[in-house]
Design a protein around this ligand. Structure first.
Ligand code: IPD
Ligand code: CA
Length: 267
């Protein structure tokens, strides 16, 4: 026992995710302004990404001044409490900029260093303001969509409804498409929504049977992975020492099948 109060942490994550999501939505209505491109021309950041992260950061600093912070849009800070907040202010920025409602605010509290290989996720909230859905999970307390407890799928008689994502770097597309070709024999169909935290939340909710993607950053999956595990599913990562680690999530049998197919692929 660590004495962490997971329920308090998830309450705070949910409250801040709601406020931050409403700010993102309001800024979207006012019009998106592109602030910069990042790794490639396709990898964008808007003014709203930065403003929303600043809001989340200041709310967390007020409520829990001793905690650390790891966010997509600003410098990381090591805390004194052993807890770090892992934050994506807008996951699905390309959707956000294009006016597609599949974007979200993702906030997780983890214990340990800011290394997903060793940390323990305590609480997570994924809020999709344009869809009006709040997904939450606290370690040992299940995963929830608003007031409804979530459960991953167990049976996939028609094949697995899967989701994936592609990186921003065009040179990685061929490899990712080859990966898709390998999993299609177990798939009923494939979705590419454009927001990794929502993909994971949908696996937790049993809307999707499984999900896989290379190259995610810690803030893309910290909250979503806890949602899947607390809904009875499994999440694995491998190739973590490479620039494009693979993450696999799903109900137990779909997760096992994906792992079997993908962990042996020629890289
Ligand atoms: C991206 C989205 C997308 C995924 C990318 C992520 P961002 O996050 O989650 O679905 O395919 O790998 O980087 O850039 O919109 O925060
Ligand atoms: Ca983002």
């Amino acid at each position: 026992m660590t004495g962490d109060n997971e329920l308090e942490l998830v309450g705070l994550a949910a409250e801040i995710a709601r406020e931050a999501g409403e700010l993102a939505r309001q800024r979207r209505r006012e019009g998106v302004h592109l602030a910069a491109t990042k790794t490639t021309l396709a990898d964008i950041v808007t003014d709203a990404d930065r403003e929303v992260e600043a809001l989340i950061r200041s709310r967390l600093a007020d409520a829990r001044p001793d905690d650390g912070f790891l966010g997509e849009e600003s410098d990381a800070e090591v805390g004194r409490s052993g807890i770090t907040w892992v934050v994506d202010p807008i996951d699905g920025t390309v959707n956000y900029a294009a006016g597609i409602p599949a974007y979200n605010v993702s906030i997780a509290a983890v214990r340990g260093t800011a290394d997903p290989e060793t940390w323990n996720t305590l609480a997570g909230a994924v809020f999709a303001p344009a869809l009006g859905e709040l997904f939450t999970a606290a370690r040992g307390h299940g995963a929830w969509l608003d007031e409804t407890r979530l459960q991953v799928t167990t049976d996939t008689p028609a094949g697995a409804l899967l989701a994936t994502g592609f990186g921003y770097d065009p040179s990685t597309h061929d490899g990712d498409i080859a990966t898709v070709r390998r999993v299609m024999p177990i798939a009923r169909d494939l979705r590419r929504m454009g927001a990794a935290a929502l993909d994971l939340a949908y696996v937790a909710a049993g809307r999707l049977d499984g999900y896989f993607e290379r190259g995610l950053k810690p803030w893309d999956f910290a909250a979503g992975a806890l949602l899947v595990r607390e809904a009875g599913g499994a999440v694995s990562r491998f190739d973590t020492a490479t620039p494009r680690p693979m993450i696999i999530a799903g109900g137990l049998s779909v997760h096992a099948r994906l792992l079997e197919i993908l962990d042996t692929e020629t890289r």
